[in-house]
Ligand binder design. Structure first.
Ligand code: NAP
Length: 286
């Protein structure tokens, strides 16, 4: 049985939908903290069990019968995130799974200024030592995050952001389809995958120009210092830790940590992945 965690989240939900196109529902088990969030899956014949990475006992039952477990990385950072991932990997091993898969990031590295990246690198060190076959999916940066960073600028016509670097923004939908393909084919990747990215990288200068072209409204990109941008976020109510995390993203982008493009995603999908230009067209076209 293939077990997918995080099935209440945006990526996990899309992976489950893609898996149901590839394998019978009876071979799929999903694990969520609150099964009420995904009642429709039970009706489709998918095994739904409650499991929390912070409650290893719950995982023993949730992962029972697993051949592969997909551990979706948690939405927190720091030591807690790595501990939760460690507990999930350990539970997959205890359940007798032959392979554990993990949603890592193309920018995973211990010395990154973007806090989730050292967590992913630390989790990968655990995967290397866990004694199980593993696949760490080096997912591209979510295009949804770029849209969120552009949201206000798209409304006001002035996109205030710190200096950045190119990022190969990639959609949840494409990453979900790739993860389902890897899971359903007993994995064509052993260890860390190549970066799973769209075929084009953009900086916010070019995204502002593309948005201008699509909407016919001038979207001006204005570069501000990290400090000024951070102050502005905090003054609008963002917690300081979240503002620091976002500044860290820009620092890592400036170093080129998210700029790589790689054909691996295209070859897994058998078609061109959506680029950030496609996403802006789909979102902004009148
Ligand atoms: N590649 C990228 O650019 C990028 C960007 C942002 C985040 N990410 C990572 O990718 C992950 C998936 O993305 P997403 O968009 O699907 O995020 P999401 O919608 O926030 O989903 C996160 C999922 O993690 C689950 N989760 C959190 N804590 C858990 C725990 N202790 N035990 C079990 N499950 C737990 C959540 O369950 P509940 O519904 O119970 O809360 C939810 O299903 C994120 O969590 C994050 O680690 C990647």
């Amino acid at each position: 049985m293939i077990i997918v965690t995080g099935a209440s989240g945006q990526l996990g939900r899309a992976i489950v939908e893609q898996l149901l196109l590839r394998i019978p529902a009876s071979q799929l088990g999903v694990v969520v903290r609150d099964p009420k969030k995904i009642v429709a899956l039970t009706e489709k014949g998918v095994r739904v069990r409650r499991g929390d990475f912070d409650d290893p006992e719950s995982l023993a039952e949730a992962f029972a019968g697993a051949s592969q477990v997909l551990v979706i990385s948690v939405d927190t950072t720091g030591e807690k995130a790595v501990r939760l991932h460690a507990q999930a990997i350990e539970a997959a091993r205890n359940a007798g799974a032959q392979r554990v898969l993990y949603t890592s990031h193309m920018g995973a590295r211990l010395d990154s200024s973007f806090p989730p990246m050292p967590d992913h690198a630390a989790t990968e060190a655990l995967l290397h030592g866990c004694g199980l076959a593993f696949t760490s999916l080096h997912n591209g940066f979510y295009a949804a995050n770029a849209l969120r960073l552009m949201e206000r600028g798209l409304q006001t016509g002035e996109l205030y952001l710190p200096e950045d670097g190119k990022v190969s923004w990639t959609t949840h939908a494409d990453l979900a389809e790739a993860a389902a393909t890897v899971l359903a084919s007993e994995s064509r990747f052993d260890g860390i995958t190549p970066p799973l990215t769209a075929s084009e990288a953009f900086d916010f200068n070019s995204l502002a120009a593309i948005a201008t072209e699509i909407t016919g409204r001038q979207i001006k990109r204005i570069t501000v210092t990290d400090e000024r941008w951070r102050e502005n976020l905090v003054s609008h109510g963002m917690p300081a830790a979240q503002a620091d995390l976002l500044v860290g993203l820009f620092k890592a982008a400036r170093r080129g940590d998210f700029a790589t493009i790689n054909p691996a995603l295209e070859s897994l999908l058998g078609r061109r992945p959506q680029t950030m230009r496609d996403v802006l067209v789909a979102t902004l076209k009148p």
